[in-house]
Design a protein around this ligand. Structure first.
Ligand code: MN
Length: 223
């Protein structure tokens, strides 16, 4: 019996270029804005950054219409800055972390909130709440550094999340330094850096847009 064909590479569009950025792995930071940590029942003053993952083939390109995911009645949006790693490394020093960044994109960490609540209550993993098909919505990547910027999320034009990237509990260099202590980062890895307060549901037929100043907005529509 023949083995299956090699799957196509997952890539992201690059703003202002015909190049495509190859996606290797997707890491995500939990509870990285104080107000969101509180709204999820956490204590932002005491928690070190923690991480979960999504499979690379969960990527959705901006403008797509996706089916409402199965096994949930409470699909939530999470507006996030996505950092693309251009140079790998382990135990990256804080002072060196920015040199490992290739660029940035706006992202939406789609979450089956009801499954996440069940997993938390049962002390089970978050994989099926976070790492499902079409759960990593990511806009075009912009190369280079990104200064502090506003981040907003709208559902059918209504603003649901509004914050500044500087509101993050752990900065992007701190995230890279921490994460690279757990895994050896590789070029092509992406990091969702956490979401501000105001997460909420997206229903069938609704369009959700995440906008970050200086980056291309990212839009997804639920069929
Ligand atoms: Mn998130």
């Amino acid at each position: 019996m023949n083995v299956p064909p090699v799957p196509p590479a997952v890539t992201l569009p690059v703003h202002g270029s015909a190049d495509r950025f190859p996606v290797r792995r997707i890491f995500c930071v939990g509870r990285n804005y104080a107000e969101h940590s509180r709204e999820m029942g956490g204590d932002p003053t005491r928690e070190a950054p923690f991480f979960f993952t999504k499979p690379a083939d969960a990527v959705v390109i901006s403008g797509a219409t996706i089916p409402y995911p199965p096994k949930t009645a409470d699909l939530h949006h999470e507006a996030e800055l996505v950092v693309a790693i251009g140079k790998g490394g382990a135990d990256i020093a804080l002072a060196d972390a920015s040199a490992h960044i290739w660029g940035h994109a706006a992202g939406n960490d789609l979450t089956r909130r009801d499954l996440q609540a069940e997993a938390k209550a049962a002390r089970r993993p978050w994989d099926m709440a976070k790492g499902f098909d079409n759960s990593a919505v990511i806009g075009a990547l912009h190369a280079g550094p990104l200064p502090d910027a506003a981040i907003t999320c709208t559902v059918d034009g209504r603003v649901t999340q509004s914050a500044r990237l500087s509101d993050m509990i752990w900065s992007v260099p701190e995230i890279i330094a921490h994460l690279s202590g757990y895994v050896t980062l590789q070029a092509g890895d992406l990091i969702f850096t956490g979401t501000p307060a105001g997460v909420g549901p997206i229903g069938r037929g609704q369009t959700c847009t995440v906008a970050i100043e200086g980056l291309s907005p990212v839009t997804v529509t639920l069929a």
